[in-house]
Design a protein around this ligand. Sequence first.
Ligand SMILES: [Zn+2]
Length: 222
Amino acid sequence: MKRLPIIILIMLAAATLLIAILRNPPIQSGNSNNQLQNSTNLGANLDKTNSSTEQKIDFQSPLDNPQTRITKKPFGIYITPKNSPVQPERFAGYHTGVDFELLPDELDKEATVTAFCNGPIIQKGWANGYGGYVIQQCSINKETVTALYGHLNVSTVPAQGVILAAGAKIGVLGKGFSSETDQERKHLHFALHKGGAVELKGYVANQSALEAWINPVNYFNN
Ligand SMILES: [Zn+2]
């Protein structure tokens, strides 16, 4: 009988398994260990999800629903104090960025601005026309550009050198008609300038100068 050794082997294995189970019954602490392991796995899965999301969404609108917010000053609009959709107006020229407006019920609430791209904060401070601003370095089609976020409360912006992922909080909009917005209405001026050099101009005098800037609307993925 050739089967006998196999049957004995199976019985031995079964007996060993039974002994092992009897010695280590599943107890409560074993479960919590499992839970810990599960949550660690969950973390790993989340990381994977995040990195794949980052690859998919390279660029994000710094405020939601850009198409419903960019209503007054789109990219490249030529304005003067007389014809400007915003009154009173103190500027003139071609608009180098886009202005995101807030809805009436958002004016008294904290408005969080998020990063357009994956990249470091290279400058933040105060400037004429903006109040608080922050510059983030981005890469579009492997070309370096700078992203300018104007009219922010600078104290809410992370330190220079901090690398942000697209969609991460970059700051909170400044209070309307205060020093935080340089006395402008509460809104976000957002602009993309070609190259790595920081350029703060919100308006330029002619269309050829406007060619150094990019319409960000073309890159929003949300
Ligand atoms: Zn603007």
